[in-house]
Write a protein that binds this ligand. Sequence first.
Ligand code: CP
Length: 300
Amino acid sequence: MRHNHLINAKQLSRGDIESVLDRAAEIEADPQTAFGTHSNTILGLLFFEPSTRTKMSFDAAMKRLGGSTIDMGSTESSSVKKGESLADTVRVIEGYADALVLRHPSEGAAKLASEFVDVPVINAGDGAGQHPTQTLLDLYTIRENAGLDDLTIGIAGDLKYGRTVHSLAHALTNFDVEQHFISPESLRLPRSVRYDLRESGAVVHEHTDLETILETLDVLYVTRIQRERFPDENEYQQVAGEYQIDATLLDSVNEDLAVMHPLPRVDEITPDVDQTDHATYFQQAHNGVPVRMALLDQML
Ligand code: CP
């Protein structure tokens, strides 16, 4: 992946994924092997949408590698507020940084940005499109907890607007994984994603009821209903709170079930789950640093 852009999880072969995950595991086991290895590197952080985990873990990852970061700031405090285009913004900042991490509300924004610059662009979430670096840390967490082959995973919640779902589903087709998609009818996987999964040879199992499938799962990946993407608040209200995972619901599941969530959560996993052995989502968030260190190490 050296010097390439990372825009879509479809770019990632099994070999690419295993290479990043293996390097992340080495870094986690012995961080000294990575400290200071990119001391002259500057990473540009361009977040046109809110973020806690992605932005801060890229920041931490670059600094742990010995490099530094520059942050465009919010759309309110930068010249985006004055009407500067995305193309002009990235063309300017490529002169200040060795790679750009971009989050944007519009699907396709990272691809567009990559066409205007020579430095690598890393898609940190483009609207309801893709979030490939989240997928790498998701896969790392799945591998740590359940392995990546002979696995049954349930992916629940907002499958229509959830970009982490779109990326993860594509990446999982590289492995021997049975994928079950659980959502309200109105939030099913987009037709284009279903088509791509089937083209990759995946069997797409879709459900509206979580409880019928729960006991068969090794991993349950829960997502937030993406309120900010709904064109109409009434549509959101019709599906809000549709799935709620609480400790009682988990009483009869496989004792090794890993409950994951890209976070932030709103009310789809209740705090009593945090005390159970199933709760894997904070470990998942923490894995963002070694995985993004490994990714930057390979791309730069
Ligand atoms: N998982 C994730 O993308 O979180 P942030 O929106 O906080 O970056």
